[in-house]
Design a protein around this ligand. Structure first.
Ligand code: SF4
Length: 77
């Protein structure tokens, strides 16, 4: 199976303390609007290798603004 990962920041919950951008600067950045966002162009544009940092960022976010979902999908071989 391959694993699909979806991650996003809820801008209404984010208090922009930049904990996630400090923890995972390759995955999160501060948007001009004053909240954090992921650096990927698409919220599903992540790989297995990103998962530990995504989950750490989610678990450390004080407001629970980071949403991470994993979906196992059968390989169509
Ligand atoms: S850790 Fe949470 S509250 Fe802080 S900037 Fe990131 S998403 Fe926003």
């Amino acid at each position: 199976v391959s694993v699909h990962i979806l991650a996003r920041v809820d801008p209404r919950k984010c208090m922009a303390n930049q904990q996630c951008t400090a923890l995972a600067p390759d995955l999160f950045e501060l948007a001009p609007a004053g909240h954090s966002r992921t650096k990927r162009k698409d919220e599903t544009d992540f790989t297995d290798e990103d998962l530990p940092l995504l989950e750490a960022a989610r678990d450390n976010c004080p407001t629970g603004a980071i949403h991470v979902e994993t979906m196992a999908e059968p390989d169509d071989t």
